[in-house]
Design a protein around this ligand. Sequence first.
Ligand code: GDP
Length: 191
Amino acid sequence: MLKNVKFETSVFSKDKLVKTDLKQIVLVGKSNVGKSSFINALANHKGLAKVGQTPGKTKCLNYYNVNNEFYIVDLPGYGYSTMSASEKANTSKLINYYIENNSNICHIFFLVDIRHKPTNDDRIMYEWLLEKNIPFTIIANKADKIAKTKIDSYLLEITKALFAKEEIIAFSSQNKQNLEIIENKINYLIK
Ligand code: GDP
């Protein structure tokens, strides 16, 4: 469990990005994939990040301060069409600016839904991550919805669809499977 996780701020524009020397771990993934639940599971605090908000509503970066040691930064979820074209363009500009002007980002967790083939947007995100040259981990969330015996074959489907070379970690914020693996990884990353 990560101690002392506090929501700090929501940022909608690049001039408001948090200026800090602390390391940052970033979350990306489509709306509703479970990024808020992921933060709550790490913090062991159900109400910390708001779960199940109207998909696509969040156009901002949400900063979570972890024990004044590092930040977890939740980027806007993609894949819902409720945003207008200009809102989408502004959001992706903000995300690109944040990623490209921030040497404190030490890792990105890319969440996908274990049950579904990656969407076109997921594939675009994967390509984007490769381009950015920041270490990342793919997490297949909602693994509690799949029989344990079938998890490996679902992971293989995602690997194939993304042409991914990285190992994908099955995860569930519901039954906490592999939570310890993620926590250990984070503890290692922020050393
Ligand atoms: P976000 O939009 O990526 O922040 O996604 P949320 O964390 O708000 O989750 C969206 C929905 O998926 C909510 O109804 C959650 O309860 C559900 N959810 C998230 N993670 C899991 C999980 O690991 N297992 C199951 N069964 N449901 C999950």
